[in-house]
Design a protein around this ligand. Sequence first.
Ligand code: HEM
Length: 371
Amino acid sequence: MGNTLASIASVKKRDPEVPELLADLKTLPDVELTEVGKLIKKILLLENSTGNPQDFETVYEAPGPLESDECRADTCCVWKYVAEEMEIDFKGPAGRCKEFARQATCLGFHDAGTWSKTQGGGGADGVITLMGIRYRSTINRGLKEINSKMWQYYHKFHKYGAGMADLIQMGATVGAVVCPLGPRIRSFVGRNDNSEPAPEGRLPQASQDAEPLIALFEDKTIDKGDLITLLGAHTIGQQRFVSEQQRHSKGGDPHSSTPGVWNTKFYVETPRNDTPKRIFKFHSDVSIAQYEESRDCGGYAAAYIRLSILGVPHINNLIQCTGVLPLRTESYTAPDEKELNEWLDSDLSQLVVLANPSFTSTPQSKRIIGL
Ligand code: HEM
């Protein structure tokens, strides 16, 4: 730990003074920007007073059934039906977001995050799922179930205009807002799908130190503050494969004491030594969580919008469909708080029983681990 802290302390601040613009927004004059182009430009430049990255109020009403001409005529209509189906799939019985929501949040990052400013290639183009077998690579192993779900959505909604790249990013924003207290991130559609595999080595590993991680994300125009903010997504997570590599049988262990709830406990708990036994900390998170940066939901929303359009060449032509998202759950009390806390502090053997899906037959244990 001493070495980690020393290495963090030596990381010089390289964040650009002004956040970088992306793709066509870098070159188009303001007079040629669409309303969406102007909005995304403000969000990227962190002009929060006029470019709020969240919208808590707008509700989109579908003009007709999915198959109707009225629905086909309105780009956002199919997305209303997609988001409704995702909400049902993503929400668990205790009101927390469950594994599909967690994986969808991570999948959005793993698709878009393959983009590199200096080397090109990759980006939010749906290829992670369209290439089918890529989830089998170690880094994407925890995304198998959401990949299958995305194919189900694709088979049902593609004929109405929903592409895979947009399905994945809509999944990430539905995934976030379905978690109690989660951000309601403005959601845009109109990305192109691609079937060219993304270059390898563009995604981070949990074993990495802060310095290479910061450099990796800077090459995606994501500065240190945004990286820390984005890592807040781990507050909902329950890893399954990192513990396996470390020879622990702790699959399903969460990264905060409130798995499936989108709060800031992750930041408070990650650097501490007195957290409940089951909390599983990635080396990368412990290393990075020492930084003092913006950690609120608004920060996440702006950083995620940037991430969700990496590699998209025509940002000015995207369409905003934020109104299709479920509304945010603004307060949450766990109905099973006592059992959850007992589980979080339980020892390894009990955890294996609770966390191994083949043993989780009781509704209570399913609720606790979010299955
Ligand atoms: C330094 C950067 C990052 C590293 C090293 C990292 C690493 C990991 C690892 C190893 C897992 C566990 C996979 C498993 O065993 O199932 C995970 C889960 C997760 N990651 Fe990250 N991640 C990073 C950044 C991000 C970002 C930027 C986001 C979102 C924008 C994100 C969202 C998630 C979520 C939601 C989960 C939970 C998945 C679940 O519970 O099934 N991560 N991450």
